[in-house]
Design a protein around this ligand. Structure first.
Ligand code: SF4
Ligand code: SF4
Ligand code: SF4
Length: 240
């Protein structure tokens, strides 16, 4: 059985406790940021921020609404990041057999900066970030250390509004579908995002594009050079 996180954004108050808890658990240091006219801070994922509560402001039915999206790696069932890294460095990114969690390993340090960029570009949700000081790729690992110890991920444990739930994938899908049915009564446009392909399941109340650019999958069309490179890539590790 694989593990999943269900994130019901209809309950999120954007308190950012999950964001802080993630940083604390992972031992990430504070990074100076600037006020850019939004409460979203930092403005984007960094190597020191694997969880980021995104804010977006919209006028809906004549009233201003803030939409909140506690963003993180979706732990794809077929992760583009792993597919892109495998030809370069075997096991730089792995899928944990017991849980389905997608993990960046220390072997990521053997990837070049260019290869890391290719891996970042291959993520449909624009999640991983490279730490230029260590060469490591950084992203949510679903707190695999806690999960293997029988604990919930730190962000789930910290959220006190019921936005985040953790458990077996089948149970989380069931919970998500039940919540969707209820939420739809107030928000008819509510939906679950790419639930069939992901282990982190988001429920949103408004059309997904209103949350942020990568709230939905972004298949990036390859230009000609990238297309040719993609044909050669599987053989690179053979020919060296
Ligand atoms: S802790 Fe819960 S309510 Fe607070 S920002 Fe995170 S998901 Fe939203
Ligand atoms: S969301 Fe991106 S980084 Fe996370 S598993 Fe999927 S492809 Fe990899
Ligand atoms: S599961 Fe763990 S690593 Fe992932 S966002 Fe939550 S606290 Fe951070």
């Amino acid at each position: 059985m694989s593990k999943s996180i269900f994130i019901d954004t209809s309950r999120c108050t954007a308190c950012r406790a999950c964001q802080v808890a993630c940083k604390q658990w992972k031992g990430f240091e504070a990074v100076p940021t600037k006020q850019t006219g939004t409460h979203q801070n930092p403005p984007d994922f960094t190597p020191q921020n694997n969880k980021l509560v995104r804010f977006s402001e919209h006028k809906i039915d004549g009233r201003i609404h803030w939409l909140f999206f506690p963003d993180q790696c979706r732990h794809c069932l077929q992760p583009g990041c792993k597919m892109a890294s495998d030809p370069y460095v075997d096991e730089a990114i792995v899928i944990d057999e017991a849980t389905g969690i997608v993990v960046c390993t220390e072997k990521c340090k053997d990837l070049t900066e260019e290869q890391c960029q290719e891996i970042i570009d291959s993520c449909p949700y624009n999640v991983p970030r490279r730490n230029p000081e260590t060469g490591m790729l950084s992203k949510c690992n679903m707190c695999i250390d806690r999960v293997h110890a029988g604990l919930e991920p730190m962000c789930v444990k910290t959220c006190c509004t019921g936005t985040m739930s953790f458990g077996e994938r089948d149970d989380m899908i069931r919970l998500a579908e039940e919540r969707l049915e209820k939420v739809k009564k107030e928000h008819p446009k509510a939906e679950l995002l790419d639930v069939e392909d992901l282990s982190v399941i988001f429920l949103v109340t408004q059309p997904r594009a209103m949350y942020h650019d990568y709230a939905c999958r972004q298949p990036r069309p390859l230009d000609r050079g990238e297309f040719l490179a993609s044909l050669v890539r599987p053989f690179r590790h053979i020919i060296g």
